[in-house]
Write a protein that binds this ligand. Sequence first.
Ligand SMILES: *[C@@H]1O[C@H](CO)[C@@H](O)[C@H](O)[C@H]1NC(C)=O
Length: 269
Amino acid sequence: MASNPVLFLFLLSFLLLVSVSSSHFSSVAMKSGPLHSKKNAVANPEKVSLSLYYETLCPYCRNFIVDPLAKAINTDLMTILDLEMVPWGNAMILPNTSILCQHGEDECYLNTIHACVINIWPDPIKHFNLIQCIEEQSSAIGLGNGADASYNICAKQLGFPAKPIKYCYESGRGRQLLLQYGSKTDNLNPPHRYVPWVVVNGTPLLENYGNFVEYVCKSYGGQTLPAACGSYSTSSIPKDRSLHSVCPAGLAGPAKDPTLVQENMESLA
Ligand SMILES: *[C@@H]1O[C@H](CO)[C@@H](O)[C@H](O)[C@H]1NC(C)=O
């Protein structure tokens, strides 16, 4: 009888040891298994980060997205670029927690749709294609007319399901995502003064944002530059007109009237 508890304890600790070490081995095996090698094959540690702080109905943001940025994204520049879209711009949170957007309700709506699209399709090339299309649509449709038509048309055209976008917006998830972009924008250091506000590896390009390809290529620390870096041209946005090519911050209130935005911008020049 006396040896039984000892034998029992011995067996128990032996079993424990076996189970602990086998689970340890299996977790090690998982970590160094296919996941690890896949990550090695894909990761490019020297990628340059480019963040675009923008709002959907600022015409200069739209011009930047649909032309120079879209062109760059269709080149091999994407092999060295981590693109981040931040659709908040010059919006503000009012004391009653409502969001006030520079170009009115349609802009808040479309900013939220963009936030949803980015969240649903985290692959930058995928969500950028949809965002580019929505920007093109909203310019064709104009303010106040058919804001919700734009993403339906684009989803259909590009073969994305529209339902997840609708659900994201209606469930309030979109608003949460939008507020996260708001706090990201408000935490910018230095703070943004206008949009489009392009930040490459933490440095804002200010009014030189049109030359982003040059900045990205020069910031790249890797061995071989992509072909896109051999052929960048200088800005398609004339430098002397650059201050006319932004939507200034701090005008969310009066800027509801587009003519006021125009006047405020002239006074910046
Ligand atoms: C918050 O305040 C703004 C302006 O003061 C008003 O237009 C808006 O309707 C208010 N929102 C809510 C949810 O009360």
